[in-house]
Design a protein around this ligand. Sequence first.
Ligand code: 6MZ
Length: 338
Amino acid sequence: MIDLEFIKQAPKIELHAHLNGCVRKETLQQFALEKNLQLDFSCFDRKDNDGQFHVFGIISQTIKTLPDFRRITREMLEDFKHQNVIYLEIRTTPKECENGCFTMEEYVNTILEVIKDHNQQKDQTMQVRLLLSIDRGRSQEHAQKVMNLILKMHKEQPYIVGLDLSGNPEKNSFQDFIKYFQQCKSLNIKTTLHAAVIDGQKVIDETLEMIEFQPDRVGHFNFFNKQLHDRIIEKKIPIELCPTSNFFTKGLKDMSEHHFKDFFYQGHLVSLSTDDTGVFDTDSTQEHQKIIRAFNLNKEQFKQLLINSSKMVFDAQLKEYLQQNINQYFETQQGQPN
Ligand code: 6MZ
């Protein structure tokens, strides 16, 4: 068995973490108190798909101002660094204040400032990048604004590395938003799509369309039939798995039922991420530990998993740095028992 400390110290890669879903619960409660909001936090105990979206409602009522967003970004970076994550991609849906007190661009700039300050610190071991998310539960007007922002910002802001499709999977469809992702593709902006999050024939059909579109990565991929399984492998589309989140969404009884097993052993690229550390009460170490335990992975397999994750990062310039770090960590541990 690989022990917990070995997993914690290992240089890890986080590719799927939503900023507002990673808020610390204490911070959220403090914000609610300061703003005098009477909110029912009991939905935090319900982690199925409906429960998650209830929680996101509470989060969006509570985290409101630019100083709030600055603080949760700073804390998120601290939390991931504490788990020895060496590469972190944050994703967020750009927000604006209803009465015009800040624009979407100011929201993104606030987060970018924290990221820049962090990345540019001397001897910084964790590099952070940002993806913008289109929320499929919202309007075309909102999606178009996110698109305009990414078109404007991606050239001058190298830390913005891609576009994500997320939000409530019951709302709208991929076809409603495909044009934005096609546009990104034509401009060499990386894309990732939440795919097959929930079950059902509609989702199966949509997921096939997503695979045929060929994004750079997909997130979750919880529900699939043989056709989807074979096609995603054929198309070599890497999958961002989020074990705890997937466990609750799929209603698994044991982590050994997780679909990690359907891809990792065939050499298909997968990585392990947290999704929403605040909502799922998790961190990068725990996500890796759960899979290592469930499938009894040895150190060689753990290393392979991290190397595979490094091949999935959207900032390709950092791949070599990440792989050096991973190789070095496992070399210095050679000779030690599994
Ligand atoms: C789909 C999710 C998600 O963008 O406000 N989000 N969308 N599926 C999930 N898990 C299975 N977890 C988080 O962060 C919170 C937002 O991220 C999306 C939801 O739209 C949520 O409101 P930001 O920073």
